[in-house]
Design a protein around this ligand. Sequence first.
Ligand SMILES: C[S@@+](CC[C@H](N)C(=O)[O-])C[C@H]1O[C@@H](n2cnc3c(N)ncnc32)[C@H](O)[C@@H]1O
Length: 165
Amino acid sequence: MRWKRWLEDLRRSFIVESIRSDERSAGGILLGHDMNWAFWNGIGGGQADFDEPSGNLSPRDRAMLYEYLNQKAHVDELIHAFDKFAQPVNVARGATIVDIGCGPFTFGPALANVLGNGVSFRYFGVDRAASMRALGKEHEAKYEANARLSVVPTRRVQSQRKAKR
Ligand SMILES: C[S@@+](CC[C@H](N)C(=O)[O-])C[C@H]1O[C@@H](n2cnc3c(N)ncnc32)[C@H](O)[C@@H]1O
């Protein structure tokens, strides 16, 4: 299954354009760094602490770089996996989904892409990195504006639970 238009538009307009139009980017240089540095140091191969600055990169820069470099492949994998369900709508309709280590809300829109309009589910993204959660929240507004989906990955995330006494 292909990416739907709203998801492609979101990636192009919000993620790709933001990185490429940044004054630190030029040609193969992303936010002031070559691809190798950006991948291994900027996002730690996907395993960075995205709330820590790195060099000239703010936590938000690092989360944006993650989206630019890694998120597309994750969305592709998820769409492929969801598509293997015989009846993905029946599986997901009305479901409550908790995505632990959600990053910038990757799973929710990938599932929405497969389900299409009119199928609602609740999506809770949990991530320790405030920068990732903040990006997810920014995207959330765009799902409604661009996709007009009733499927809206919602809700807030908590980085840590209070210890039970
Ligand atoms: C490789 S990224 C994957 C993000 C997302 N699932 C995706 O597919 O795009 C890993 C994410 O897990 C988060 N993470 C790592 N350890 C965590 C923990 N102990 N609790 C919550 N989130 C965590 C990181 O902040 C990061 O956003």
